[in-house]
Design a protein around this ligand. Structure first.
Ligand code: GRF
Length: 222
């Protein structure tokens, strides 16, 4: 990471794959110096696999029922990532918890996108929780993955307002728009070797204070 060569990505996803699409489009637009080496799913019918195939990206499916334990499943996935020489694992709606073995193998080389402003509303049913709680702002978070549930160091967040008329779908859609911006951006910062993890904080080299403020407010006020 931090070289001129494209960062080799493995994307793990269980669903529709709109974040994969955003990553692919950022690469094609020259905004992201990376290459998706493989897309892995635990759902054979997931649309994310179709999106990958359309772009000539290798895919692999692993069914949990074919493996006696989570570790065995994870070992198979790790082997596949190794076979494709993946450097950074990007979780994008992958509906499985990774085992500690997996996380140790790729320590600080696994990232995830979550549709809330962590540490608020980790886990599932996120928009339901946000609306029920009554927050006025929500958003999305790209973070490194550690052994906890959505607890790893935060790389980028974007905020959106929660409006009175929102239901779960409307709020999710407003947030998704920003997911598609911050996920490729976070990957590019890693590709450029600009991130440093200091305790729980992720610091970014070469960003002036004004840039950071403009980013944050730009995301808030599209
Ligand atoms: C996104 O909302 C992401 O934040 C969450 O899962 C969803 C995946 O969406 N982790 P997609 O499959 O990328 O469209």
């Amino acid at each position: 990471m931090g070289s001129d060569l494209p960062l080799r990505l493995g994307v793990l996803a269980s669903g529709r794959g709109s974040n994969l699409q955003a990553i692919i489009e950022a690469i094609e637009a020259g905004k992201l110096t990376a290459e998706v080496r493989v897309v892995i799913s635990d759902q054979a019918e997931a649309y994310v696999l179709e999106r990958a195939r359309k772009h000539g990206i290798p895919t692999a499916t692993f069914h949990a029922k074919d493996y006696p334990s989570r570790e065995d499943f994870d070992r198979a996935v790790i082997q596949c990532l190794r076979d494709h020489q993946v450097e950074l694992v990007c979780l994008a709606g992958f509906m499985r918890i990774l085992s500690p073995t997996f996380i140790q193998q790729y320590k600080n080389h696994i990232i995830n996108i979550h549709p809330a402003l962590l540490p608020a509303f980790p886990g599932l049913h996120v928009q339901h929780k946000a609306l029920e709680y009554g927050v006025k702002f929500s958003g999305c978070t790209v973070h490194f993955v550690d052994e906890g549930m959505d607890t790893g160091p935060i790389i980028i967040q974007a905020t959106v307002p929660v409006l009175d008329g929102d239901d779960e779908e409307a709020l999710a859609a407003r947030i998704l728009h920003f997911e598609h911006q911050i996920y490729p951006r976070a990957i590019q910062l890693i590709a450029q070797g600009r991130l440093q993890i200091v305790g729980r904080r992720v610091l970014c080299k070469g960003l002036e204070k004004e840039d950071q403020q403009r980013d944050a407010w730009g995301f808030m006020n599209p």
